[in-house]
Design a protein around this ligand. Sequence first.
Ligand code: ZN
Length: 422
Amino acid sequence: MQNATLWRALLGVEKTVVEDIEFDEEEQLLVAHVRPRARARARARCGRCDRASPAYDRGEGRRRWRALDLGTVQVVLEAAAPRVRCAEHGPTVAAVPWARHGAGHTYVFDEQVAWLATQCSKSAVTELMRIAWRTVGAIIARVWVDVEALHDRFADLRRLGIDEISYKRGHRYLTVVVDHDSGRLVWAAPGRDKATLEAFFDALGEERSAQITHVSADGADWISTVVAERCANAVRCADPFHIVAWATDALDEVRRQAWNEARGAVTQRRAGRASGQAKALKHARYALWKNPENLTGRQQAKLAWVAKTDPRLHRAYLLKEGLRLVFQLPYEEAVEALEVWIGWARRCRIPAFVGLQRRIIKHKESILAAIEHGLSNGRIESVNTKIRLITRIAFGFRSPEALIALAMLNFGGHRPILPGRK
Ligand SMILES: [Zn+2]
């Protein structure tokens, strides 16, 4: 065919013969008839394992693969899809040089979608590429498998953070492992139990597990048990982000109680003042949650109002803030401050904080280790926050693998490359 080299470049294919080009004007669709180069055809390979295998049959005849648009025109490759008899996989569609096995899109199409998925919004990807969001999920999952095979993501790991992240509106969980030193997401898998985390240490291997010096985690027993077994040399640290989250939860419990009491007063007295109190307490939530340095003027006023009308809730607020401050102190001062905080919480007569104080005592050693070894940086927290955002974007994906692939391609340190660029 004329201009075969140009067509190969336009279609983004290699080791491929372009036999014919057809343009369907009505559909505005360009169909490129292709076949693998003669040498590739003579030594056909299994699509799954790439092992050279004898021919089997013609499969289901000719099929199509979507390629990148040319200008505004959609493009498909069309070719025969014969099967080979693989020693391991039996009759399997033969590998083709322009697409991944089982894929309905070419390599360059896949690569561009993966790149876009890490760069722009869901609607930008689906509208620009004219594919469903589910298809995006399938594409990034298969791209990640190939990217992963090219890199050793477990090299030089020393300090790990282990965490769980909920998705599907809190019905499912991922266990994630982050590298404290590079801020990279190292590993993620569905589930939150011992078996899930053991799979990580299996993948890491014994020798590399022994080189881990620090592990931070949220204090969950299943994590500490596995870490103690598989990474006995590592200093175990609490994750300050989670400890502060415990305090925020305790504070919220106190706020809800106050709110319920105020609401109860409404039904008893039908008084406007009590109803206003309940409403104001409900809206005080953000003022109570935020770090004081980030409060708006209105939220500061809200806090002052809480101090005046509900001293108990205000005391709970100060307890939460006190604990948060411990993590910002140098080690020596933090040791002392944590003791003072424990004594204060023990005597505070607010059950949520008395309970929290017991939990803090239980994890005291790992909390202080986190401060001593400087693992209280916000890096892991920020990776976790970003992954949480991704779990929302990935909601329409069919499998957790697609969600994990998107997270890994975004934060694993190996972003997909835009086709044709270096
Ligand atoms: Zn095979």
